[in-house]
Design a binder for this molecule. Structure first.
Ligand code: ADP
Ligand code: ASP
Ligand code: MG
Length: 466
């Protein structure tokens, strides 16, 4: 890398909702951003709980509770106004408060209009929910400026270009990369810190879209990839990727290093600390991702890179995904199994429903799905050539790790740890990066605790050092 290129190396720093929850939290963000000497782009979530609040408002409008919805908008207005002490300069403070006024007046008007028809389309829901990130990014930019760090809020709708799938929009990488160069890069070149709300974008038709819950991580990774970042930092409220969800399992510990594959798998199977799509853009440009704790910035966190951690035996972490539905599909033409699987999978493809776990025998197949929206139609189509039964209330528990490849006894040990719990399905992938069991939802906590005890509290697995 030439000297000039080294000078331009930049980082993306993403702060989640709890990292911007109140005045003290944003002050910590300002300190962390101030300490980073490389050019940086800051990506922020809505203040903690605000996205939930906005979705509740949409729900209230739909169920005819217009007055309650307006009360809730007033509550959010006050919550944001409480952030004003972050700005000491009276003129800047007045400008920020005036902007809040405009924004929340607009939200009130939208809620009022929708309350008349008692209907919120996916498009309107995205407009409502985008207020969280649009406002938080403005607050963080103002707080940085106040601390003497030149900064500017950039509307993510002018940068993140997506398709029109409201609520779970897909990014247009090429268009977004071009916008990053046009709207964000010039600020970096002038030593100004651009601050963008995550999660929010706009379709090519200019309509506000969102990437799906937890999508700010994905925005950060998309921006990092587009700008050729040296590192994508995900600042959150835990010390990194932990060996299991700390809300379910006691005694978890930090995993210092993960490969992209491991991180993607853990995020997909429920490790909420990373949005499942976060790793894709990082892989595209081979950019390391770090998970860091904004409450303990000195902690080393988790580093995620292409290469697997050397010499780790056993799983790296465990995760679970609840609320799954299992379908058992048996061929009605027992001896003509040829082509059966193709027909089965075609049905799921037709309804754009992805399958998580599959187990098969010659004439039957069991699958799990978590998107039930098309379940009736799927069952009807499958019934044309098979006998189908479905059951809700399932959970996937899985052990993930590159080290699983090196450890042939792992499946046995995993099943041993789960002994006595009814296992609905068991699957070990060809790449052997994860071993998955499907259990009844009520058994999830017990399954996770047993697995954690077996693999992380008995010296059975040692995460590599960073
Ligand atoms: P943010 O608001 O910063 O995006 P999230 O709430 O989306 O934060 O993600 C952080 C939370 O993810 C943690 O507080 C933790 O409860 C949960 N979590 C679930 N599984 C894991 C895991 N394996 N490692 C770390 N955190 C996890
Ligand atoms: N604010 C959005 C959410 O709560 C996006 C994010 O925080 O990542 O889902
Ligand atoms: Mg998150």
């Amino acid at each position: 890398m030439s000297k000039k290129e080294r000078k331009r190396a930049m980082v993306v720093m993403k702060f989640g909702g709890t990292s911007v929850r109140d005045v003290d939290a944003v002050r910590r963000v300002v300190e962390i951003v101030g300490r980073e000497k490389r050019p940086r782009v800051v990506v922020v979530s809505a203040l903690a709980g605000v996205t939930d609040g906005l979705l509740d408002i949409a729900g209230q409008v739909e169920s005819g509770e217009g007055t309650a919805a307006q009360d809730a908008v007033r509550g959010l207005r006050r919550r944001h106004e409480e952030m004003a002490p972050l700005v000491r300069d009276p003129e800047q403070k007045a400008a920020l408060l005036a902007e809040f006024d405009d924004r929340f007046d607009e939200l009130e008007a939208i809620v009022h209009a929708l309350a008349v028809v008692e209907e919120v389309s996916p498009r309107s829901r995205d407009t409502i929910v985008s207020f969280g990130e649009l406002t938080s990014s403005r607050i963080v930019a103002a707080a940085l400026e106040d601390a003497g760090i030149p900064s500017r809020a950039v509307d993510p709708r002018t940068v993140l270009v997506t398709n029109g799938e409201h609520g779970s929009a897909q990014p247009d990488l090429e268009a977004t990369d071009a916008r990053l160069l046009e709207k964000v890069k010039p600020l970096l070149d002038q030593d100004i810190v651009p601050v963008l709300g995550g999660f929010v974008g706009a379709s090519t038709a200019g309509l506000t879209t969102t990437l799906g819950r937890g999508g700010s991580d994905y925005s950060a990774a998309l921006f990092g990839a587009g700008l050729g970042a040296e590192e994508i930092q995900i600042w959150t409220d835990v010390d990194g990727m932990l060996t299991a969800d700390p809300r379910m399992v006691p005694g978890t510990r930090v995993v210092p290093h993960l490969s992209f594959d491991e991180a993607a798998e853990l995020a997909y199977f429920g490790a909420k600390v990373l949005h499942p799509s976060t790793i894709l853009p990082a892989v595209r440009r081979d950019i390391p991702v770090r998970i860091l704790n904004s409450h303990r910035p000195e902690a080393p966190g988790t580093r995620i890179t292409r290469s697997p951690a050397p010499g780790v035996a056993g799983p790296t972490a465990i995760a679970c995904k609840r609320g799954q539905t299992r379908l058992d599909i048996a061929s009605t033409r027992m001896l003509e199994a040829y082509g059966f699987l193709r027909r089965v999978f075609e049905v799921f493809e037709r309804y754009r429903t992805s399958i998580d776990v599959v187990t098969t025998s010659e004439v039957s197949v069991s699958v799990t799905i978590d998107d039930r929206r098309a379940l009736d139609a799927i069952v009807a189509d499958l019934s044309e050539f098979s006998e189908v039964s479905s059951e809700d209330g399932m959970a996937i528990v899985c052990a993930v790790g590159d080290g699983l490849r090196r450890d042939p006894s792992l499946a046995t040990r995993m099943l041993g740890a789960l002994e006595g719990l009814p296992l609905v399905m068991v699957s070990q992938g060809g790449s052997r990066q994860n071993i998955t069991a499907v259990v009844r939802d009520g058994d999830t906590a017990s399954a996770m605790e047993r697995l954690h005890r077996r693999f992380f509290e008995t010296g059975d697995s040692t995460p590599a050092s960073a």
